[in-house]
Design a protein around this ligand. Structure first.
Ligand code: FAD
Length: 283
């Protein structure tokens, strides 16, 4: 374990997801010396539907299009596969489906173009105040020092609570998603949202290049709810599965993709058993 200070800068950003990459880009573009730290050594496929308002483009001076897979003009809502409501999105307000890992990568690359330093494979374990500076201590013992810190390590971050930031009672929802090959009858430019099949939640189907991203989510309640219980009730088989790697909040533990794949396949089989048509294939 080394105790050396690896770098001193204006701002250290913990986490190179969408939030960290965007913060690093804007801070670097404003002339600050920024260091963006990411624990994953390589690019990770994150469980995410990738649905994003196209107006997010207004926040960036570079094109986000390299990350965009679909421009959605029609949103198809149903209740228990019936009662369809189709919303046409006006020309100037489409909804984008982005490939999430590509978006994160694009933002980090643009941050580097703007002058930020980006290091992967650095996991921050401790955040400490040292006089007027912050010190971040990584799992290899190395210290990183800065005048300011941006905490962008996802919704499961422990730092806000430890540093007394943010809401006292965090409300969580559970969600999981998978990418399937082939689009079935889901047309390009159309998404589906199904309410009713998933008690206290919803399911979605988003087209992506060569496939479809499907997922289910529970709504965030006003009281402390057990979001996993909602998903368990949608998928009885899930109840008997270990949940330590399940999608908890909107930030999934690594390895969740594999578990999500299994869960959704089991969910699909369960639906078949109950003779419920998978909603993303409805006529
Ligand atoms: C199944 C699912 C579907 C979703 N669908 C949508 C959707 O369609 N549209 C939408 O807008 N949102 C969606 N979300 C939510 C969206 O994915 C999150 O809001 C988004 O990922 C948050 O981005 P972030 O940058 O804050 O965090 P993250 O993307 O979680 O990034 C945090 C980064 O920090 C890194 N990190 C964590 N700990 C450390 C550490 N100690 N040191 C260094 N690095 C660290 C992580 O590796 C990660 O890269 C979905 C979420 C899930 C789970």
């Amino acid at each position: 374990m080394s105790e050396t200070v690896r770098a001193s800068c204006d701002v250290l950003v913990i986490g190179a997801g969408a939030a960290g990459g965007a913060a690093a880009f804007h801070l670097a573009a404003a002339g600050h010396h920024v260091v963006l730290l990411e624990k994953d050594a390589g690019i990770r496929v994150k469980p995410c539907g990738g649905g994003m308002a196209a107006s997010v483009q207004n926040w960036f001076p570079f094109s986000l299009e390299p990350a965009v897979e679909q421009v959605i003009r029609e949103v198809d809502f149903s209740w228990c596969l019936e009662d369809p409501v189709v919303a046409e999105l006006p020309g100037d307000a489409p909804f984008w489906i982005v490939r999430r890992e590509r978006l994160d990568q694009l933002l980090a690359e643009q941050a580097v173009e703007a002058g930020a330093e980006h290091y992967r494979g650095i996991e921050i374990n401790q955040v400490e105040r040292d006089g007027n500076n912050w010190e971040l201590i990584a799992s290899d013992g190395e210290r990183w020092r800065s005048r300011a810190v941006v905490i962008a390590d996802g919704s499961g971050s422990r730092w806000p609570q430890q540093l007394g930031l943010g809401p006292k009672h965090v409300q969580m929802a559970s969600t999981m998603s998978v990418r399937l090959e082939g689009q079935g009858n889901l047309a390009d430019g159309t998404t589906r949202f199904e309410f009713g099949l998933v008690k206290q939640g919803f399911a979605w189907a988003f087209p992506i290049a060569g496939g479809v991203n499907i997922g289910v989510g529970s709504f965030i309640g006003k009281q402390d709810a057990d979001p996993d219980a909602v998903l368990r009730s949608s998928c009885p088989i899930w109840a008997s599965m270990p949940l330590q790697a399940s999608a908890n909040g909107d930030n999934c533990a690594s390895g969740t993709v594999t578990i999500d794949w299994m869960v959704t396949v089991l969910w699909w089989l369960e639906m078949q058993r109950r003779s419920v048509i998978p909603f993303w294939q409805k006529a």
